[in-house]
Design a protein around this ligand. Sequence first.
Ligand SMILES: [Zn+2]
Length: 266
Amino acid sequence: MEYILSLILGLFVGSFINCVVYRVYNKESFLKGRSKCPKCGHKLKVLDLIPVLSFLFLGGKCRYCKEKISIQYPLVEIGTGLLFFSVAYLLQANFLETGFFNLAFLNLLFYFFITTCFVMIFVFDFKWFIIPDGLTFTGIIVTLTYLLSQTFVFDVLSQDILLQRVITAFVVFLFFFALYFFSGGRAMGFGDVKLVILLGLLLGFPKILPALFIAFAIGAIIGIILMLFKKKGIKSEVPFGPFLVLGTFIAMFFGDHIIQWYLSLM
Ligand SMILES: [Zn+2]
């Protein structure tokens, strides 16, 4: 039951993400005003805003101007829904039994927040090759607050691990800054350099290693595929942020397993 609720919540958060990403890119306020069709500007009714279902019932077209709606909308909604479902499942969320005022529920909320952040970064960087600073900094501040509360309020994270997370964030930042600097910005954008601070805080050492490995591996594979199909030249950029958040999401939940598996091979 909790997992189904998380899935439904994720669908609505996905819809919210679509809206926020569009409005932030167009420099509109994302709190004020109703959602409208990007083509004809017609204000959307509640019926037009139901995740996935609206898209299906309207046949992927705007109710008013019949302009095609981007497949991005339902994909982000379904993707976020499935990610929320996975998070609830992996954290074994059972808030209907244990209630909402406990550490386990706080953890769940935190991972929902991080997932939301990651999906926004994914969409933004995938579409426009930028990672908004506001998004990265909000992620860093919330994560630091979460870690500090884990250490000093709930006493479930030792001060050593807290310090280790901060050092990890600093070291990966330096590593990525060097990559950025010595490649003249060709290897990655500065947005990625700032993003890894958040990823270092979330994962710490050694979990950051499988995250970066997965990111570089997927990036390389996608890069080669694009070159083979001559869609992109060697010089043109492939956004790196989507791979970084994907690698981090996997490492957050499976990092320990991946490291153990790797060590067992040696
Ligand atoms: Zn329209």
